[in-house]
Design a protein around this ligand. Structure first.
Ligand code: ACO
Length: 355
């Protein structure tokens, strides 16, 4: 059942994947959460070891992918390249024409495993460096940071990245998951469904907000500027990126966890600058919109994750693609559910008036 994949209580600020609370999930490895989403239950030790071995063994991309990355325009957001390359690699997947559950599972594993490698290779090549081969001994989060930087991250950074992927992995029928499901509902292949998800995630009202948060924090530059920045934006009726949500009318539980992670990183680095800047933004938005105007506009998943990227030296151009690394497991869980239904999603135009 689609509703079993994810549960959200937007008034109480509760989020569960497959009936497990997000605060518990965030303590697991990403591989276990990915398995949970796709297979419907948590893996035992043996299942997790097997699933992780399959994922870690599929991380490498072929030579052609690197050649295509070298032809990309590095002056635009990395999601442009990621979308193109996910579409490009489908033709090399030996299971592209196998729509059996087993064939789809093999494609799913390749997509989840290879997307981080593509993003990291894009970043390295964009910066005039050689791509770094994946290290199968590392977790999803640690391996991604290793491929990005060429050296192993600290334990805290690896944990934060892993939790970022978990917190981003699934969120019911958000816009990008809905797109993926619509594509899967036509019985089109998994790569096409993931490309649909990527195209929709990109928008600044959805996953693209994370990149805008990183840019906004850079633009504000210091805590002393933050209050006036927010007041100025609100006076022009502009939105503050990383705030507000269609479903949550209270604190987004992912935002709360991201805030704690941002604080941990800031303390570990002995640099509270970006955290303090973000906190003044948050306090000003809450005072102006929640307290004075009664609008339920709280930090969403994109706000403190953007702050984390500042601490990890991740540029805004990578933020949406990194969101996609986590979210791909959720998209695939929904596609598998949709494939089982064998029913096309075909709403009527009047339903759009409800959106
Ligand atoms: N800053 C300031 N005001 C806001 C914000 C914000 N971030 N979000 C909503 N509001 C205000 C609107 O101006 C509107 O005010 P009004 O009633 O006086 O006109 C009211 O709150 C309702 O806003 P809508 O945009 O109608 O709310 P909706 O549910 O349609 O949109 C959305 C939700 C798109 C997330 C919105 O809050 C927004 O644009 N936020 C900024 C972008 C963002 O952070 N997106 C990421 C969301 S999480 C995700 O997709 C991964």
């Amino acid at each position: 059942m689609s509703k079993n994949i994810c549960f959200i209580d937007g008034l109480e600020g509760i989020l569960k994947y497959r009936e497990i609370d997000i605060n518990q999930l965030v303590e697991l490895p990403y591989d276990a959460v990915s398995y949970l989403l796709i297979q419907g239950e948590l893996p035992g030790d043996k299942e997790l070891a097997e699933y992780a071995a399959c994922l870690h063994g599929e991380r490498e991309v072929n030579r052609e992918v690197i050649d295509v990355i070298r032809m990309c325009n590095f002056n635009v957001d990395s999601i442009e390249a990621l979308r193109t390359i996910v579409s490009f690699i489908s033709q090399f997947d030996p299971d592209i024409n196998d729509s059996s559950p087993e064939g789809n599972m093999r494609k799913a594993i390749r997509l989840i495993a290879k997307i981080p490698t593509i993003v990291a290779a894009y970043f390295r090549i964009a910066n005039g460096k050689q791509p770094v081969l994946p290290d199968p001994s590392l977790s999803h989060g640690a391996n991604f940071l290793y491929m990005l930087r060429g050296n192993k991250p600290t334990q805290l950074e690896a944990e934060v990245m892993e939790k970022d992927f978990i917190l981003s992995a699934e969120h019911e029928l958000n816009a990008s998951t809905f797109s993926s499901r619509v594509t899967a509902s036509t019985l089109s292949d998994l790569y096409s469904a993931v490309v649909s998800g990527l195209c929709t995630l990109k928008g600044p009202l959805h996953g693209g907000a994370r990149a805008e948060v990183v840019t906004m924090i850079e633009e504000i530059a210091c805590p002393e500027n933050a209050e006036n920045y927010v007041l100025d934006k609100l006076s022009k009726k502009e939105k503050i990126m990383g705030f507000g949500h269609r479903v949550y009318k209270t604190y987004d539980p992912r935002g709360t966890i991201f805030k704690q992670l941002a604080k941990q990183l800031a303390e570990a680095k002995g640099d509270m600058h970006w955290y303090n800047t973000a906190e003044v933004v948050e306090n000003t938005v809450i005072r102006e919109l929640v307290e004075k105007k009664g609008k339920p506009i709280y930090p969403n998943v994109d706000f403190y994750s953007g702050v984390i990227y500042k601490y990890m030296d991740i540029p805004p151009q990578l933020a949406t693609s990194i969101f996609a690394i986590g979210r791909v497991s959720g998209w695939i869980a929904h596609c598998f559910d949709q494939y089982e239904k064998k029913k096309i999603i075909r709403p009527r135009a009047f339903m759009l008036d409800e959106c």
